[in-house]
Ligand binder design. Structure first.
Ligand code: SAH
Length: 258
């Protein structure tokens, strides 16, 4: 009897942000193949009957190639297992989830997808940064820093006037910020880099388009991190101590960007 595959978005790395559907799928799993950035600290509790397989990849050290991960998913399902493929964030946001769904279809294996809380939205929130704010930014664009952006893409991004969220952007930071500056983005545009969201050691480094590369170098910023570029960074708040200053900043920003 053929098993089935559930591709589960595990959120940005903390159990608190697993969905109810994710928890249910894990509880019923025979095999769980999980990524480095998926929440895995308490996987044995969530999936007590499952064989747990770490297929985590580190930047530069591709532990298990994508084709092998797909072969593992398909192989376990063909052997009759209920397979959960637990991914970080949302499976369909820069996570190769669609390739894994296609691999199941090619093998004739039933597959469903459980969406997850993407780090693109949740990690800025962990640092108190809203991606939109009425009068300040009414759109955000999520880009991958994995491959260089073309000049045309940089020009569009710089011209949009919204918030830019970069995943996998630590190594690309110098070329990305230089490219956006070349494309006309204001050198004073605020930038925040949030490392290890929701983990011990979560840290935010801030600067502007022109000086963030230096700040990131001094702070030895490392992956995983989410980069946020936009006026919304000025609205960062991680406590209530600065309420008045925050309210004042928001009012002034909204007046500047009607
Ligand atoms: N599908 C995932 C993204 C995969 S790409 C999602 O929807 O979240 C991997 C990138 O996500 C990392 O390089 C980093 O930019 C970001 N990321 C994921 N989890 C993170 C975390 N806990 N803290 C900071 N960045 C994170």
């Amino acid at each position: 009897m053929t098993g089935r595959v559930t591709l589960v978005g595990g959120g940005p790395g903390t159990d608190d942000l697993l969905t109810v559907a994710a928890v249910r799928a894990l509880a019923a799993a025979d095999v769980v193949l999980y990524d480095r950035l998926a929440p895995h600290a308490r996987l044995a509790e969530h999936a007590p009957n499952a064989e747990l397989i770490d297929v985590g990849k580190r930047p530069g050290h591709h532990a298990i190639p994508q084709s092998e991960i797909e072969a593992l998913i398909v192989g376990h399902a063909e052997a009759g297992a209920r397979v959960v493929r637990l991914k970080g964030g949302d499976p369909y946001v820069l996570g190769r989830g669609s390739e894994e769904v296609l691999a199941c279809h090619r093998a004739g294996i039933p597959v469903e997808v459980v969406p997850g809380v993407t780090s693109a939205v949740a990690v800025p929130a962990a640092a108190g940064i809203p991606l939109t704010h009425r009068g300040v930014s009414h759109l955000f664009t999520v880009v991958s820093g994995h491959a260089p952006l073309t000049e045309a893409e940089l020009t569009h991004l710089a011209g949009l006037g919204g918030t830019i969220v970069v995943l996998m952007g630590v190594s690309a930071l110098p070329s990305l910020t230089a490219g956006l500056a070349r494309a006309g983005l204001d050198a004073e545009m605020p930038v925040a880099i949030i490392e290890r969201g929701f983990q011990a050691g979560q840290r935010t480094t801030t600067g502007t388009l022109s000086d963030i590369v230096g700040a990131a170098g001094r702070a030895q910023v490392a992956s995983p991190a989410v980069v946020v570029i936009g006026e919304v960074v000025r609205l960062a708040h991680d406590g209530e101590a600065d309420s008045l200053a925050l309210i004042d900043r928001a009012a002034r920003l909204a007046a500047v960007f009607p």
